[in-house]
Design a protein around this ligand. Structure first.
Ligand code: 0GY
Length: 288
């Protein structure tokens, strides 16, 4: 499979907005390097290598202190690159893994010791062939015993069908990319209202980043900001923010991570909201 050109900005600006001490980039990935950590045979894209050293350099450049690294579909269920990154900086990194439903308890405990705090269920069919929900539910019951949570990635069109499963999970549930709302439909759309109704259940958390993937207008992503701001103001104690670096599979443009950080005060307009979004909420979920 042909390697995609780099999806990340080669020279992100130093953001004019400085995040508070202890700020967490709660959604980012590591890719390879492929010669040491091969990409999964079943992958739907082959990224350019974006290894841990690049991620940690970006974190320093952006003024962040910690990372939550999420297993991306291009690495399938082999979490070796993720675990290697976590073990390089165990104080400041936590991870979300994608695992085989029949993984052993010993292996889960090993991952826990390395800093994994959850499993990701990906329902986006252009990226994976999702497991049946009863299989995922059994895995969720097992990881609940470790105090882990579940991260879910799905398209807005699938929310109605998935909602009963999501509500039934015995763990906290973190939703990637605001549930991928249809930006053109507007912040008052029935679908986004349904998403906010789901969020009223206190088990749900939501990541309010990723405007670059949802936008129709392009940078600086003014069309996406009202969605994120609405969630931050409605659920201030259950929102997280991440760069989504290295922006897997992005085709329209290479987002400037400095710009993404500069947008934080637009979606979280007070210092109190930003402290919760960037520091307190991720600390509670990942470092307690
Ligand atoms: C993201 C989004 C994407 C990719 C993945 O696991 C992945 O490959 O999550 C996407 O293509 O929307 O969260 O990074």
């Amino acid at each position: 499979m042909k390697t995609d050109p780099p999806t990340w900005h080669p020279d992100p600006r130093k953001p004019a907005y400085a995040p508070p001490a202890g700020a967490v980039d709660a959604h980012c990935h590591v890719f390879g390097p492929g010669d040491r950590f091969p990409y999964a045979p079943e992958r739907k894209y082959t990224p350019s290598d974006a290894p841990k050293d690049m991620l940690f350099a970006l974190r320093r450049h952006l003024g962040f202190a910690r990372n939550v690294i999420v297993q991306a579909s291009c690495h399938g269920r082999d979490n070796a690159a993720l675990l290697d990154a976590l073990r390089t900086d165990p104080e400041n990194c936590r991870g979300i893994a994608v695992v085989d439903p029949d993984i052993t308890d010993a292996r889960l405990e090993e991952m826990d010791a390395a800093g994994v705090r959850g499993v990701r269920f990906n329902f986006v069919r252009r990226l994976v062939n999702p497991d049946p929900t009863d299989v995922s539910a059994r895995l969720a019951a097992r990881v609940a015993e470790l105090g882990w949570h579940v991260v879910v990635y799905f398209e807005a069109a699938d929310l109605t069908e998935l909602a009963p499963f999501l509500r039934s999970l015995p763990t906290d549930v973190v939703i990637d990319h605001m549930g991928r709302p249809d930006i053109a439909a507007g912040v008052e759309s029935a679908d986004f209202a349904a998403f906010r109704r789901l969020m009223e259940d206190e088990k749900f958390w939501v990541k309010v980043g990723c405007p670059e993937r949802l936008t129709q207008a392009g940078p600086p992503y003014d069309d996406v900001a009202p969605f994120a701001r609405k969630l931050v103001e409605s659920f201030p104690d259950r929102v997280l923010w991440g760069t989504d670096w290295p922006h897997p599979n992005m085709k329209s443009h290479q987002p400037d991570d400095g710009l993404l950080v500069e947008r934080i005060p637009v979606i979280a307009p007070t210092e109190t909201l930003r402290q919760k979004l960037l520091v307190e909420n991720p600390a509670r979920l990942y470092w307690a």
